[in-house]
Ligand binder design. Sequence first.
Ligand SMILES: [Fe+2]
Ligand SMILES: [Fe+2]
Length: 155
Amino acid sequence: MDKSKIPADQAEALGALMDDHRAAKKQFKAFKDTEDRGEKESIALEVCHQLTVHATIEEEIFYPALRGVSDEIDDMLDEAQVEHQVAKDLIAAIEEDPAGDMLEANYTVLSEYVSHHIEEEEGELFKNVIKEKINLRDVAQAMAARKEELMRETA
Ligand SMILES: [Fe+2]
Ligand SMILES: [Fe+2]
């Protein structure tokens, strides 16, 4: 999705979520590109933290703001909720044992899974949000404030 084409009422909220998506994808690549085990572990833990904060602001603020707008959006939100749960299980497994033998496998599945989720959010959900002209200006403010709080609390 091209950020410059997002209408003003949705630009800030969707733009901020897309920035998080880009940051996660960059980290997925960085993990693959390094052979250093210690670096892999620290990248993995950093991604887990970022994704947890991102999922929390979506679940607490973004998704509820979209609930009930259309049946299509509600179906997408149901699916997103299931996808978040699977991601959380993988994140929990990584955080529990970052030094373990399963790090590479858990992380690889997490990155593939989250990449797919990002494609769906941007390609389907965000498109519908724009089509339905949902005003997300207040939502953007609330998400930014909550993100700051979560980053501070859990850093
Ligand atoms: Fe997202
Ligand atoms: Fe999401």
